[in-house]
Write a protein that binds this ligand. Structure first.
Ligand code: CA
Length: 225
């Protein structure tokens, strides 16, 4: 199993390398984001351990660029202590898991082994409902010939709706799948995102694809402009 560790604190990078090698992994180190992206692109790693704050490009950008390029190598992101926002962001940009610094080596190894067992997710295919098309790998959304710009969270909400096209999904389902498992904020946040989405994917095209199912949730149906 070959790992890439992208970490700019040299001492930490070296101790990670020594520790992981002692656990039987082959480990390459990149000390900045630019090198990390290049190495991750050039070599087939089984998993990547990725720090967020890096010189060059940061961990979020690195992760986003790899996913945009269709690279689905499992990524474990290292987040700062008490970094709740970091963690939401980490999952939003396509990381598979995160670990809060400082961490125990045994925990790191356990989480890596769990990621490796899950293996590389298959590249998702394009999702279609009428003339609405969502490409999760490229993070692109189109209706007919028009490309629609969505924020990362809007995209995730739409991706979940279109993956369940024709079925009612509850706000709770959406919170569980799109936000993280510990989300304890106001569930009405879902309504806000649905409203934004309607303004982007329906209103300009005269379609009405996101239906409100009273008391239950929402349903995306096939419509064409
Ligand atoms: Ca750092």
């Amino acid at each position: 199993m070959r790992l890439l560790v992208v970490e700019d604190e040299k001492k930490l990078a070296m101790s990670l390398k020594r520790g992981l090698e002692a656990d039987g992994f082959a480990v390459d180190i990149a000390l900045d984001g630019t090198d990390g992206l290049w190495m991750a692109t050039e070599h087939p790693y089984d998993a990547i351990v990725l720090d967020i704050m890096l010189p060059g490009i940061n961990g979020y950008q690195l992760c986003g660029q790899l996913r945009d390029a269709g690279n689905w190598t499992p990524i474990l992101m290292l987040t700062a202590k008490d970094g709740d926002l970091d963690e939401a962001e980490a999952l939003d940009t396509g990381a598979d898991d995160f670990l809060r610094k400082p961490f125990a080596h045994v925990v790191l190894v356990a989480r890596l082994r769990a990621l490796l067992r899950r293996g590389q997710p298959e590249r998702p295919v394009e999702l279609v409902a009428g003339d609405l098309r969502v490409d999760p790998a490229q993070r692109q959304c189109r209706r007919g010939d028009s490309e629609i710009e969505l924020t990362s969270r809007e995209f995730s909400v739409l991706e979940y709706l279109i993956a369940n096209v024709g079925d009612v999904v509850s706000k709770r389902d959406m919170l569980d799948h799109v936000w993280d498992y510990d989300f304890e904020g106001d569930p009405n946040i879902v309504e806000v995102y649905v409203r934004h989405l309607r303004r982007k994917i329906d209103e300009p095209f005269g379609t009405d694809s996101i239906q409100t199912v009273r008391g239950s949730g929402y349903r995306l149906i096939e419509t064409s402009s």
